[in-house]
Design a protein around this ligand. Structure first.
Ligand SMILES: Cc1ncc(COP(=O)(O)O)c(C=O)c1O
Length: 360
């Protein structure tokens, strides 16, 4: 009944969300461990009391105006989305027909694979270099209709220098380069300045991570006005509800609250990197709100399941490139201490089992 390609494809697998009443330490989907600004709650309450009878503004005017002021970008260069996932879906839909090519370095955000399959697009998955170096030349040579760089990248946390992205945008002139900056508030730089230099660059942001609003589903797309106007054509008219829009506007206006939470997460991230390295993990330096911890050559699926039994959710990807790694979102210091304790005891038990086996 649907296209054969849809019936054949595997669905995207989101990270586990605990059921109501389940008391788990949640370090698996890169949410912010701290709450959003109190101004968000007030704005949400006010929006719920005001008119819900009418459709929301289709261009998300108040939210877009707040983004325009905060980032210094004209409103006609901004498209608001129901999370950046919706913006990604719109971009894939608008850019790719059957057989068109999309390129991205791997491993990366696996939703790109799903969206490409829906479009029946041809995917050029180009492996990152050692230490997650951006395979810049191969991406440029692929000359795909759509190239995506997740920066900082998930799940590695690595950051490609903005100068490299600028060179890539130039090499791909006339073809779209999407820079998915979902985690960029946790990094030392960002690519917004490329918008005025390259007409083919699209930048995506989300309020799910740094602004602590994953539950509200708010994303932002920055692009030159012609690209933004074309994206509007594939957008559902009323893609953001009135309550989310009020929350988004209030969150952007309290940038200081977000920065303080981000600074706390960064401090905990640095401690976590040191603690996990001391336990024997290889931890790539991260510019995001998670770390990728590796035990090369091992399959860490079992360790993730044991942590789950101990009440801690982390993310394990059962793929060739990632099975020896856990992606761990940065929680509060107390949540992370619980993680260190659980990991230390599981690793110790594993070593004891190993040496008993060796002695037999
Ligand atoms: C790289 C990347 N892009 C986009 C998203 C989607 O974010 P949103 O919650 O805004 O849909 C995520 C969410 O985990 C992500 O990791």
């Amino acid at each position: 009944m649907f296209r054969a390609s849809i019936r054949r494809m595997a669905p995207y697998t989101p990270g586990e969300q605990p059921r109501a009443g389940e008391n788990l330490i949640k370090l698996n989907t890169n949410e912010n461990p701290y709450p959003p600004s109190p101004k968000v709650r007030r704005a949400v309450n006010a929006a719920a009391r005001a008119t819900l009878r009418l459709y929301p503004p289709p261009r998300a005017d108040g939210f877009v105006a707040a983004a325009s002021r905060l980032y210094g970008i004209d409103p006609e260069m901004i498209v608001a989305g129901n999370g950046s996932d919706e913006l990604l879906a719109m971009i894939f839909r608008a850019a790719l027909g059957r057989g068109d090519s999309v390129a991205y370095p791997v491993p990366t955000y696996s939703l790109y694979d799903t969206l490409a399959e829906v479009q029946e697009a041809k995917v050029r998955r180009i492996p990152f270099g050692p230490e997650f170096k951006l395979p810049y030349e191969k991406l440029a040579r692929a000359r795909a209709a759509l190239t995506i760089i997740c920066n900082p990248n998930s799940p590695s946390g690595s950051f490609a220098p903005v100068g490299k992205l600028s060179a890539l945008a130039r090499a791909l002139a006339g073809r779209l380069l999407v820079i998915d900056e979902a985690y960029v508030d946790f990094a030392a730089d960002n690519a917004l300045r490329l918008l005025s230099r390259h007409r083919n660059v699209i930048i995506l942001r989300t309020l799910s991570k740094s602004f602590s609003l994953a539950g509200m589903r708010l994303g932002l797309c920055f692009a030159n006005p012609e690209i933004a106007a074309d994206l509007m054509k594939v957008k559902d008219s009323y893609n953001l509800n009135r309550i989310a829009l009020a929350a988004g506007e209030a969150a952007l206006k309290d940038h200081g609250w977000m920065r303080r939470n981000v600074d706390r997460v960064i401090e905990t991230r640095e401690t976590a990197t040191r603690r996990l390295a001391a336990m024997g993990f290889m931890v790539a330096p991260s510019q995001s709100n998670f770390i990728l911890a590796r035990l090369p050559g091992r399959d860490l699926g079992n360790l993730a399941r044991e942590l789950r039994k101990a009440g801690i959710l982390v993310r394990h990807f059962a793929t060739a490139l990632l099975r020896d790694a856990l992606r761990i979102s940065i929680g509060t210091p107390a949540e992370m201490r619980a993680l260190y304790r659980a990991l230390e005891s599981l690793l110790m038990a594993g070593r004891a089992r190993h040496s008993r086996r060796a002695m037999r």
